[in-house]
Ligand binder design. Structure first.
Ligand SMILES: Cc1cc2nc3c(=O)[nH]c(=O)nc-3n(C[C@H](O)[C@H](O)[C@H](O)COP(=O)(O)OP(=O)(O)OC[C@H]3O[C@@H](n4cnc5c(N)ncnc54)[C@H](O)[C@@H]3O)c2cc1C
Length: 444
């Protein structure tokens, strides 16, 4: 099971999800007679106990482990990096006395603008910058949006706030079973949004204060590598002896017809809605999809989850998957495992989600179809920093194949991410700051 260093949301499937993926084939479905699914189809959708048995799921493909690129260069064949342009060069004066042997010519000492440049200000970048500064390094942090990253604005924190609200609503509803009469409970999503924004603002202020106290220079601009030591940013080119890449991940949606329609949203937008949609279809029954389904069901939306694998949370243990399906079912969420979405159309003024079993109408489609590393910060070094499945490969010291360039957090390969976002950031910072070789071992 994936370990998170920071506190996961205990009652959501996210906390229980494994990072590994099971590549199960799609279940074959006979096409229905009617082009549209009716309410009866929806209520007769698969119950948790009817979902595909474990033997239908093929073995999980082995994760190709990346080994130390220095000791095993054959695993990481990369072109030689071009020489870095340096901002200024100074020479150590060599004082030679009569009896001393002539010394080797003085080695040029390169002076950089900063000791360490961190690109990305999510939990990984923030942690790496503060840790490196604590160790005495002169640090600059580039963040294109707001310090706090996905975690604070679009991920764990908003989800945690909304999960708590959903839990409260469920408790109120349950009170009636104990004889407590409650007037019809409703949710004002605008107020919930304002409450969530307050929590986020307080945490953001805290992070900004800590960066300032640690002496980290924060630049609110996009940044990308020009070479090993130079970074192109909105304020020009700056140089640093070492670089830590912490660009994180972004949501990705499959290239299907109509996926760019109004009403199709991802986790970037779901926690900014001012009203809960009447009918919400969640495309993807992974951890984020299941958590959002549960939250919006509590908020009063009619929710359907469509998952192409034969069960919800396909990457998790079967028991966790079953338990989650039962809970979702009990919350009124309808589950369609083993169904593929084929595209999105206009259907009588709303969205029509075309599936192998027909079309389901909804007001909003939440695409929870995965996240991919954001590699734009690699800039001109993109062809030289080795990646695997779209994520940066690092050794146990969090160093990429290019000496002096480190990476941490969601941007690195999942096998290293299992150490936890914060832990990978600390390791990268410590190794970059004082040349230590702290490694993550036996964590995966
Ligand atoms: C809906 C949702 C729920 C989640 N729930 C949980 C949970 O319960 N528990 C848990 O442990 N994890 C959870 N996660 C995952 C967690 O949010 C991530 O693991 C974490 O945010 C990764 O941190 P990071 O710093 O690597 O990347 P990010 O948080 O993505 O930060 C990367 C930052 O880099 C910036 N950036 C990127 N490129 C550049 C560039 N070129 N120049 C300047 N800046 C750049 C981005 O703007 C961003 O701010 C959830 C994620 C989502 C989406």
């Amino acid at each position: 099971m994936q370990e998170y260093l920071f506190e996961p949301i205990a009652s959501t499937p996210y906390a229980k999800t494994l990072s590994r993926q099971a590549g199960a084939p799609l279940s074959a479905f006979k096409p229905g007679k009617r082009p549209y699914l009716t309410g009866a189809d929806i209520t007769s959708c698969a119950k948790p106990e009817e979902m595909a048995p474990p033997e239908n799921i093929p073995p999980i493909p082995p994760i190709i482990m990346h080994t130390d690129p220095v000791r095993e260069p054959q695993t990481l064949v990369m072109p030689t990096a071009p020489p870095a342009a340096q901002t200024s060069v100074i020479f150590d004066p060599v004082v030679q006395t009569k009896n001393e042997k002539p010394e080797a010519p003085a080695r040029p000492k390169v002076r950089y603008d900063f000791d360490i440049a961190v690109i990305g200000g999510g939990p990984a970048g923030y942690t790496a910058a503060v840790r490196a500064a604590e160790l005495g390094a002169k640090v600059i942090l580039f963040e294109k949006d707001e310090v706090g990253g996905t975690d604070l604005y679009r991920g764990r924190i908003p989800m945690k706030v909304y999960t708590k609200t959903a839990d409260r609503l469920r408790q109120i509803r349950d009170a009636e079973k104990r004889g407590v009469t409650v007037p019809a409970e409703t949710i004002d999503l605008k107020s919930s949004l304002a409450g969530k924004d307050k929590v986020v603002a307080a945490l953001s202020d805290d992070m900004t204060g800590r960066l300032r106290d640690a002496g980290v220079i924060v630049l609110n601009t996009r940044a990308a590598l020009k070479n090993e030591h130079e970074i192109i940013s909105g304020v020009g080119v700056l140089s640093a002896e070492k670089v830590i890449l912490c660009g994180g991940c972004q949501p990705v949606v499959p290239l299907l017809p109509g996926m760019n329609r109004r009403g199709v949203i991802t986790s970037d937008k779901i926690f900014t809605l001012r009203e809960a949609p009447k009918r919400l279809i969640v495309f993807g029954g992974g951890s984020i999809g299941c958590s959002v389904a549960e939250i919006f069901a509590a908020f009063g939306s009619k929710v359907v989850v469509i998952e192409k694998q034969p069960r919800m949370l396909p990457g998790a243990d079967l028991e966790i998957s079953k338990e989650t399906s039962k809970r979702l079912f009990a919350s009124g969420v309808r589950l369609f495992p083993g169904v593929s979405v084929l595209g999105v159309t206009d259907a009588r003024g709303c969205l029509g989600i075309e599936t192998e079993r027909g079309c389901i109408e909804c007001d909003m489609l939440f695409a929870a179809t995965g996240r991919i590393p954001n590699l734009l910060s690699l800039g001109f070094m993109a062809g030289q920093i080795a990646c695997e499945d779209g994520a940066i490969m690092v050794n146990d010291a969090m160093e990429t194949g290019i000496p002096g360039i480190y990476a941490a957090g969601d941007i690195i390969i999942p096998s290293k991410r299992a150490a936890g976002v914060i832990e990978t950031a600390k390791i990268a910072a410590e190794n970059a700051a004082n040349g230590a070789t702290r490694q993550t071992v036996n964590l995966v």
